[in-house]
Design a protein around this ligand. Structure first.
Ligand SMILES: [Zn+2]
Length: 336
């Protein structure tokens, strides 16, 4: 299979034609599209273009599900229900309604558009955290009634305030290692559910997931302890892991991309397909800086590279030129 050269794309109804032109001009061969944006017309265009189409399936985040299932609000280590953080609305990853809804959405999208899809990329595959910053606020979750019942192995019941605080204290101070292992198994377990579903319904589809771009040495191993992503466990259940190596958002140099990809590659048996940022956040990301990030990502990945996202290229001809050069086989000058 040729390297994936693609975009994460959240099509804008008001700017669709410009985005389409940019996609074609870039030389991209693949796209990851938000599930809500899939339409017959767009998929028909992509098919005629010969593009490989993956659908982004968000799991444990989303304002709509928080409304539908109020008991999906995660509870943090202080015993408080977590609210939203700007666009980010976290969901308890163990909520049975959320899990069932996501599998039903996958079934529905395969029934409606399955013939036009080549794979599924799982998103928000984790416990809650707003991670796209240099110093994330690391808070343990989730201590909702459902999570406590599952962890302690007792029937679902309502916890009083003091009782919940005592349970949180016992978990974090006396059973921390077991808690972290359980969290990682719960996340991997749902990815296994998706894998089993695809195996039964569409074994030809590729299964990928977006992973946090953290090494075990970052933030006290928070990729396992806080968000419950164990890339070794996850890598046995998916075909491809895409670390979201958004260097500027994370306050890192572009060289950091190689370090993160290298560690995840060493810890996981899955293929690794990095996704790097094109967006101007924080501040402006120059075309030269994008070129450097692309060179590094392509040098450490023989599976290709994804770009987040297409809209940032539409607005910037210099960045489009850099992407086209890379996607059309421009020379990779960086070596690890
Ligand atoms: Zn919970």
């Amino acid at each position: 299979m040729p390297p994936i050269h693609g975009f994460y794309w959240s099509p804008s109804p008001t700017n669709l034609e410009a985005e389409w032109r940019t996609f074609v001009q870039s030389g991209a061969n693949s796209v990851v599209i938000q599930i809500h944006a899939l339409t017959d017309a767009l998929l028909d265009r992509l098919r005629r273009q010969g593009a490989t189409v993956y659908v982004d399936l968000p799991l444990f985040a989303g304002a709509d599900l928080r409304v539908s299932f109020p008991d999906s609000a995660p509870v943090d280590e202080y015993g408080s229900a977590m609210g939203s953080d700007e666009w980010y609305v976290p969901l308890c990853p163990n909520n049975v309604h959320v899990r069932a809804h996501r599998l039903a959405s996958l079934r529905s999208i395969l029934e409606r558009h399955g013939d036009s899809l080549h794979g599924v990329w799982l998103d928000f595959v984790r416990y809650p955290l707003r991670w796209e910053v240099p110093q994330p606020n690391l808070v343990q979750t989730c201590f909702c009634d459902q999570c406590l019942a599952l962890f302690f192995g007792h029937p679902l019941r309502e916890y009083a305030v003091d009782e919940r605080k005592a349970a949180i204290d016992a978990i974090l101070n006396k059973r921390f290692d077991a808690w972290v292992e359980w969290k990682c198994q719960r996340i991997a377990g749902f990815v296994q559910d998706v894998r089993d579903f695809l195996k039964a319904q569409r074994p030809d589809l590729r299964l990928g997931l977006f992973a946090l771009p953290w090494r075990l040495t970052d933030h006290n191993a928070a990729i396992r302890t806080i968000v419950g992503q164990d890339v070794a466990l996850l890598g046995r259940r998916v075909d491809i892991i895409s670390p979201m190596v958004y260097h500027r958002l994370c306050g890192q140099s572009s060289e950091w991309i190689a370090d993160v990809v290298g560690e995840i590659h060493a810890r996981s048996c899955a293929d690794i397909l990095p996704i790097i940022q094109t967006i101007d956040a924080p501040g402006s990301l120059s075309a030269a800086e994008l070129r450097r990030a692309l060179e590094i990502a392509r040098a450490v990945s023989d599976k290709g590279v994804l770009l987040f996202d297409l809209s940032a290229i539409v607005r910037n001809p210099d960045k489009l030129a850099v992407v086209r050069e890379a996607f059309e086989g421009g020379k990779v000058t960086c070596r690890r």
